[in-house]
Ligand binder design. Structure first.
Ligand code: NOJ
Length: 542
């Protein structure tokens, strides 16, 4: 937005590192902080600006680190606090920013606060968690369900009360109506910012505050008790267990703490309705950025992509982060058809995301053109899959990184905690793609370089969608610096129309092709010819 102060995250490109699967420095088969530090030059060379590292705190690993038992420590498998600060320092030397993952909605059931709370109703930390008496029939206090299957309540036999958990029973929800919880977390984030971290990604940022009366959520559709946890969760309208009015007050306080350190707050706000998402970033005093997860739900359909992204950009695109993938969702290449076709579409889609205002995010391995790892059922590690027979878990997106074309793929010298996947091939490894023109890795590097060098894409001063219909989606961005050129990002979505040839698109002015996600693009004056499933940046020359 014109005239706004420029914060360091404006115009940045983000990259998600899933700690367990990124790089193992000590041969135990599990990724760690030293492994990440050693690979930071690769990320700097790729051209990302901001690295989000998933939780590495002490944890029983019931949900692979999203069950934290000490918010200020480091799980020994992953390293030490010194390793965390060394990672930050090395990143800063390389010009990278580091964002850590904060998990404030719930702790581990092994956190000292919860162990104390279990002692009884008068325990010092009892009110750090959400306790309710049973319903008159002795069952759970209301109809809320866990994201990971079953009710959101577990009975504590000793006290006769239920405690609440929107995820596993081993992840009891913290009670954000308690000021002592707020004070504890204000100290935790202040400490990590003082240790040098540049920002935090806030897990489940939309759900910290719950309805004061714990009312039932309305049921939208009946689903069988045996259906997958995700479907059971979606069967309810979550008006009482998430997105409550007061949640913004927490982020207003954190915003003031972050300001002291020039740090950034990035929310995992999993709300697909644009207006509800917008609220978290709207006034500039809450979150700085919120993930717009609708990007992960579009199919390869031109109208769907146009409508979804169009609405989000209009609602305030500068303040949204655009994930191409994550450790929770199928990879873009898989969502868009798998194999070569899926990888080509994922690359084109990433180009469009890089053309939007706001912050695009790659998930580790996206730059290698990876689709989901092909895993045998008996290798399941994700609690969603382990505890809900037949449910698809998140393991296929969490398979270890492919660094070198050798045994262990340069990820580990030991046995990886999760197999690489039967579909992985040596030529997909980063080292095998390095310097090979046209490889997914080199195309991604070219894309990020082009984005960095185009002022209109780094910090624009407004944008317009150019086509309401047809197979091409196109956005024109104006630079803040008026001596720089406008840039058009265009994507040809060859979907159900069965198009096999190029689409012709009329540019608003003659242009110069700066980047293409694949070969075969032509720009002739104001005519752009785009092969199917290809996207470009075109700089307008007049
Ligand atoms: C979102 C995280 O991304 C996911 O991996 C985790 O299981 C849940 N939040 C619960 O913390």
């Amino acid at each position: 937005m014109n005239g706004d102060p420029v914060n360091w995250w404006h115009g940045a490109v983000g990259y998600e590192v899933y700690v367990r699967s990124f790089a193992d420095s000590d041969g135990d088969g599990i990724g760690d902080l030293r492994g990440i530090r050693d690979r930071l030059p690769y990320l700097a060379g790729l051209g990302v600006d901001l690295v989000w590292v998933t939780p590495f705190y002490p944890s029983p690993q019931a949900d692979h680190g999203y069950d934290v038992s000490d918010y200020l420590g480091v799980e020994p498998t992953y390293g030490s606090v010194d390793d965390a600060t060394a990672l930050i320092e090395r990143a800063h030397e390389l010009g990278l920013r580091v964002v850590f993952d904060l998990v404030p909605n719930h702790s581990s059931s092994q956190h000292p606060w919860f162990l104390d709370a279990l002692i009884g109703r008068d325990a010092e930390h009892r009110d750090f968690y959400v306790w309710r008496d049973p319903a008159p029939d002795g069952g759970p206090p209301n109809n809320w369900v866990s994201n990971f299957g079953g009710p959101a309540w577990t009975l504590d036999e000793r006290s006769g009360q239920y405690y609440m958990h929107l995820f596993l029973p081993e992840q009891p929800d913290l009670n954000w109506a308690n000021d002592r919880v707020r004070t504890a977390f204000a100290d935790i984030i202040d400490t990590w910012f003082a240790r040098g971290v540049d920002g935090i990604r806030i897990d489940v940022a939309h759900a910290l505050v719950k309805d004061e009366q714990f009312r039932d959520n309305p049921l939208l559709v009946e689903v069988a008790a045996s259906s997958a946890p995700g479907d059971r969760f979606k069967a309810f309208d979550h008006v009482h267990d998430q997105d409550q009015e007061g949640v913004l007050d927490i982020y207003r306080e954190w915003n003031r703490i972050a300001a002291k350190h020039d740090a950034m707050l990035l929310g995992e706000v999993y709300l697909l309705q644009t207006e509800r998402l917008r609220r978290y970033v709207a006034d500039g005093d809450g979150l700085h950025l919120a993930f717009a997860f609708a990007t992960l739900h579009t199919t390869w359909d031109v109208d769907e992509i146009r409508t979804t992204l169009g609405g989000l950009v209009e609602a305030g695109g500068d303040d949204f982060a655009w994930p191409l993938g994550s450790h929770d969702d199928p990879r873009a290449a898989t969502r868009f058809g798998g194999g070569e076709v899926g990888a080509r579409r994922a690359r084109a889609y990433l180009t469009l995301l890089c053309g939007l205002p706001g912050v695009p995010f790659l998930y580790q391995g996206d730059e290698l053109g990876l689709d989901d790892g092909d895993l045998a059922d008996d290798s399941a590690q994700d609690p969603i899959a382990v505890r809900n027979p037949g449910a698809a878990g998140r393991d296929p997106v969490r398979t270890p990184m492919l660094w070198e074309a050798v045994e262990g793929f340069g990820f580990t010298t030991g046995t990886p905690w999760l197999p690489f996947g039967a579909n992985r091939r040596p030529e997909q490894a980063a080292a095998a793609q390095q310097g090979v023109p046209g490889s997914p890795l080199e195309r991604t590097r070219d894309l990020l370089r082009a984005r960095r060098e185009l002022p209109a894409l780094r910090k624009g001063a407004g944008s317009q969608w150019l086509a309401d219909t047809g197979p091409v989606i196109a956005l024109r961005r104006h630079p803040e610096d008026t001596s720089a050129a406008d840039v058009v990002t265009a994507l040809h979505v060859a979907d159900g129309t069965g198009a096999t040839g190029p689409a012709s698109f009329r540019l608003p002015a003659p242009g110069r092709l700066v980047y293409a996600s694949d070969d075969g693009v032509e720009v002739d004056g104001t005519t752009l010819r785009l092969p199917p499933d290809t996207a470009v940046f075109v700089e307008l020359t007049s």
